[in-house]
Design a protein around this ligand. Structure first.
Ligand code: UDX
Length: 491
């Protein structure tokens, strides 16, 4: 086959079915496609249908730059709204059972269709992806969708290099190389003896059994943001900070056909356009967190009393989540909407990336998911942190103490404290007006500039991406041969 007639190098990205994973995966996919690669993003059919129903995926394959993006959805074998998806122990096993078989079959099918896969980019929640890639002799990379500091914590936990909180000593502090001293409730809660959702922690830890083989770990972070942690982890494994992934995408890329949102976004930009610069509080807790009704009421009163305009994302409660966990949709206090009038905009789902870069936004009340954290930092927006579980508790510490862009409302799952209305109102004031506010904003703008510098042509992150693309292209010829040979031995 001549070079011209060869199909473009095909990269397969595997992602866990949730918004917090789909966003960085799609952003990386677009980046690679824009440099001429053919990208397939693979997740479950159940999650894929939510993208299709939200109108987030148009005609496929979708051209992006000089490459293409396609999707592959595998059936996880359960009916829509099956409550077992909310039991992560069961769900992780089911994903492995169905996903491994689907991935194996798809890699064979694509080779048969003259679109052989050249490499796989796996996901830390789906560690079996790399095993399948190894079976086919394919190079495997991981897209780590959390911070490098969190990666380092998982790594040191997995190799037991220091004592972590345990049943017998649940409150010990943790000192790891190149990280600040962490209190027991500042490590990802999946690693804490009192934390929930242990199955996620276990899946992530499985990833580290492969860390000694030479694969590279792509991270949605950038050198200047986490220099010490990145330098340290680079001495252990090939970490490549390629973020912030959303920064290099033009908004036009995010519009229409390929947005990756699991819900339709509500329009709120025109409303923001009417507000003065640096005046609006943006409140959003990502795609999963559901706060207590009491907390919502206290926040509503605090917002009402503060006098600030606000944009509040109140996402609908998924039916299976309500049925399984006995949760109820949030209700705003009586007369609240009449009282706040034009000062409030309540939406079900926002175009967060655009919202955070709007000049009217003064601060962001966040649960500190890593995507939201990086988006806020790279958009120069100060934050009020209200972490719940997982890496959110660690991100909250870094946003407040290391990056200097935030004020703390709570500490997360081990504390589960109610933030009362007066306290919330005071924190809003401190973050928007007064001397502390100025310091937060200055720091936030410093990170915005650093993020822009990393993501432009010649910047640190962009250089790592270019190296990755050349490596993938170089290896692709070998990989195709190896894959066809391995297929012969697998069938
Ligand atoms: C989850 C975990 O909670 C998080 O800790 C982990 O780091 C990634 O997976 P999630 O809770 O959904 O993610 O939060 P986050 O990481 O912030 O991701 C949410 C994404 O949805 C962000 O990219 C955000 O821009 C987007 N979003 C959120 C919207 O586009 N509109 C909204 O209204 C809310």
């Amino acid at each position: 086959m001549s070079a011209e007639s060869q199909p473009p190098c095909h990269v397969f990205l595997l992602t866990f079915p949730s918004q917090g994973h789909m966003n960085p995966t799609l952003r990386l996919g677009k980046k690679l496609a824009s440099k001429g690669l053919y990208i397939t993003i693979s997740t479950t059919l159940d999650f894929g249908l939510s993208l299709i129903n939200a109108g987030s995926i148009g005609q496929l394959p979708s051209p992006v730059g000089s490459g293409f993006i396609n999707f592959h959805f595998w059936n996880d074998g359960w009916e829509k709204d099956d409550l077992r998806r909310r039991d992560l122990d069961l769900f992780m096993l089911q994903l492995e059972l169905t996903g491994k078989a689907a991935l194996t079959q798809t890699l064979k099918d694509r080779a048969g269709e003259n679109r052989p896969v050249s490499c796989l980019i796996g996901n830390p929640f789906l560690p079996w992806g790399c095993d399948v890639a190894n079976d086919f002799g394919l190079p495997c990379f991981i897209l780590w969708v959390q911070s490098c500091s969190v990666f380092s914590i998982y790594y040191h936990y997995s190799c037991k290099s220091v004592d972590f909180p345990s049943e017998s000593n649940p409150c010990c502090d943790i000192q790891l190389p190149s990280l600040p001293l962490l209190k027991h409730d500042e490590i990802p809660s999946f690693l804490h003896p009192y934390g929930e959702y242990k199955a996620i922690g276990l899946s992530i830890l499985q990833q580290f059994r492969n860390v000694s083989v030479p694969f590279c770990i792509l991270m949605d972070t950038f050198e200047e943001l986490e220099k010490d942690a990145i330098d340290h982890m680079m001495t252990i494994c090939p970490v490549k900070p390629i973020g912030p992934l959303f920064k290099t995408l033009k908004f036009s890329d995010e519009k229409g056909a390929l947005s990756g949102d699991f819900m339709k976004t509500d329009d709120c930009i025109e409303w923001l356009d009417l507000k003065p610069p640096n005046s609006v509080v943006y409140i959003s807790f990502g795609s999963i967190v559901h706060l207590s009704q009491k907390q919502i009421e206290e926040m509503a009163h605090g917002l009402c009393n503060s006098g600030f305009p606000f944009l509040w994302v109140m996402k609908p409660l998924p039916k299976d989540m309500a049925d399984c966990l006995g949760l109820k949709p949030h209700v705003l206090p009586d007369g609240f909407l009449e009282k706040v009038g034009e000062r409030a905009k309540i939406v079900k789902w926002s175009p967060q990336q655009k919202v955070l870069s709007h000049p009217s936004i003064a601060c962001f009340v966040t649960h500190c998911g890593w995507n939201s954290s990086v988006e806020a930092l790279s958009s120069g927006v100060p934050v009020l942190v209200l972490p719940q579980w997982g890496d959110q508790v660690t991100n909250a510490k870094f946003l407040v103490e290391q990056f200097g862009v935030g004020l703390r409302l709570t500490r997360g799952v081990t504390e589960m404290r109610l933030v009362v209305r007066d306290e919330f109102e005071k924190c809003l004031r401190d973050a928007i007006v007064g001397p502390k506010a100025e310091e937060l904003r200055e720091n936030a703008l410093k990170w915005k500039k650093a993020a822009e510098k990393a993501a432009v042509e010649g910047g640190s992150s962009e250089t790592y991406v270019d190296e990755l693309v050349s490596k993938i292209k170089k290896q692709s010829g070998n990989a195709m041969d190896v894959q066809i040979k391995s297929m012969c031995s697998i069938v």
